[in-house]
Design a protein around this ligand. Sequence first.
Ligand SMILES: [Zn+2]
Ligand SMILES: [Zn+2]
Length: 821
Amino acid sequence: MPTGGVRVGCQTLGVDTGVDDGIGRRLLTRVLAGVPAGESPLTHVADLPARIATHTDWPSWADPAVVDALRGTGVPRPWTHQVDAATLARTGHHVVVATGTGSGKSLAYQLPVLTALRADPKATALYLSPTKALGADQLRSVKALDLADTRPASYDGDTSMGERDWVRAHGRWVFTNPDMLHRGFLPQHARWARLWRRLRYVVIDECHAYRGVFGSHVALLLRRLRRVAAKYGADPVFVLASATVADPGALASRLTGVTCAAVTEDGSPRGARTVALWEPPLLPKLAGENGAPVRRAAGTEAARIMADLVIEGARTLTFVRSRRGAELAALTAKRVLSEVSDSLPRRVAAYRSGYLAEDRRALERSLDSGELLGVASTNALELGVDIAGLDAVVVAGYPGTLASFWQQAGRAGRSGDGALVVFVAREDPLDTYLVHNPHAMLDRPVEATVLDPSNPYVLAPHLACAAAELPLTESCLDDFGGPAARKLVDELVAEQTLRRRPAGWYWTSRELPHASVDIRGSGGAQVAVVEADSGRLLGTVDPASACWSVHPGAVHLHQGASFVVDELDLGEGLALVHAENPDWTTQPRDVVDISVVRVVERRDYGGVRTFLGEVDVTSQVVGYLRRLPTGEVLDQVPLDLPARTLRTRAVWYTIADDLLAGLGKRGKRNAPGGAGVIPTHIPGALHAAEHAAIGLLPLFATCDRWDIGGVSTATHADTGEATVFVHDGHPGGAGFADRGFAALVPWLVATREAIFSCECPAGCPSCVQSPKCGNGNEPLDKAGAVAVLDIVLTALGAGGDGDVQHGDSPVQANARSTPIS
Ligand SMILES: [Zn+2]
Ligand SMILES: [Zn+2]
């Protein structure tokens, strides 16, 4: 506990406040007691009040046996939002229920679906979840209701051939996922005729997970589903469940293509929660890349916090961003705990999505039984594993969206006793911004979910799949985007993928197109990670990121064991590894080039111009850094891997030379952080502004910084001026660049603020250094970046003082809008 208490929120937190603190405050005091002298990581504390439950009666239309079964699970009376959503669905309205974690959203769809299945012995329903783990969990809870003749069954990649036949012939409520819908149900719709004919409900669980490219794919899949169901005479009601997101009705309607009502008034109770924002300290003796100061890693800090909480007997879940981070956090917590007691380390474990099914089940069981007290997880746990009654949640690194943050935080505080939530900032400009601007985290509505079903790279293959399922007609094109879809269909006809006949457009080949369409947007089959000696399959990685994550020499962690990659064979989809536990971690480096293909929209602000358009991005992983756990760099190892070119969308701005000429002078002023005068170099200033902008875009678009990239240059061949590009990381774009263009001013204001508020002298990973920089974070000029952003913001009419209100509309007072197509 820092002496004198920390002035935070609306009250002063101290060891001896004498106030009857709730559990959250008490746990926080214990955690702070373990902070080394001289460190003051706490930047803000807020107390979120408890919420009282609002109950209502079971609806009269519900089947009494279903009500009895649900009562038997410990629900004497339902909450208002459950019955509101269930009744809308029952009366034929598409509906999305968007309430907090643990608010019993499943009951909202179980009630109408099970009632319908029992009323009509031929009625059927589908359930879709973004992950198998969630689907399995929901299926278990429906089976446990033990209602005669409802025949819930799963049909996914793990279902045996024998079971598949049974489910097709007899399953009434089929639990599956979008991948299987795409590859199994729709292309072979005739084999599922029984299911389609009486399809009453389609349940879409955790629908906020369908964002970006994946969301765009799923939106088109659901349009295909509706078309096929209609062919068999069915018009199913969609029931969606979502985390609390901005405008869930619009999201659900965009996703399904039909108008959805939204139920958002949460009737479930919630314990009071204390939310602490935490910035790990700079470590004075260590130097990172280019001599930058190093902060204690968020995962390490979170592991120490979790260890303190486990010692207190608090059931704690720690969320970290990566699989590797989860493994490391569990190991670190175990190490800390082993100094306290021999028995405590085994009560901590790691959990992540890449585990094979049996590993996952074993961990879930230990969590259920309370055998484990501390679990470090990737956000796999965010989706679907039902863990209640946690005393504390530690979130190491911003999980990408506020919806995810609140969902993770929602694991804490279900009991009436209160709980602690600690957000630990990573070395990342967005995290830096958030711990210094708590209102952006605690008082903001969650962001709009971005998905773009009109992306031609996503839409064209779905049109081909749709035509292969049932001939496309003019009228069904409306549902796929109207004129844009029509234009793509004409292109598909021109390239002889489709054929035009009087009755519509037909798929021409004997082979179906589905297998070549990857709805996860990862572009092909997964790369298997295999231990060379034993032939054991450790897991899989996305092919698009294989060069990045399992390049030769990469250190790969699995279940706490460390492996080093010997060989990456992209042709075979295979990465061979051997067990080895080196002292270092590895960090890949790539080089990126960008060219403008087409300008979609452009605005002129005097010497500053802003653009939205299409670009070609060519990137190649060329080597990797070996780093010690402290962040220190050992060396850089070159690699020879293929380049790949991505056609996508980008937002960019250019600055005229005469405006930049002033930068030399402005750059001579004191650097933020008080490090004295630093000379400004234009490339370094642009590069630093680009990095920080990439880091902050996720505040405005529901993307991850790994979903986007950037390029900056003092003179770009296509613009002829100093240019900073930020581009989507997916073919055709996922709507992120468009969102950045629409929110340009607030985005750049937040970018400037994140750089300016970082206390480092000349740039560090918390502000302008990037973990994915192709140039090894050189050159970077932190003070120059602030000056560049001041120039741009002044030209855009937003001033450079960072005092602009947050919002999503760009300030266009000075703008001349020039749409170009
Ligand atoms: Zn910094
Ligand atoms: Zn860079």
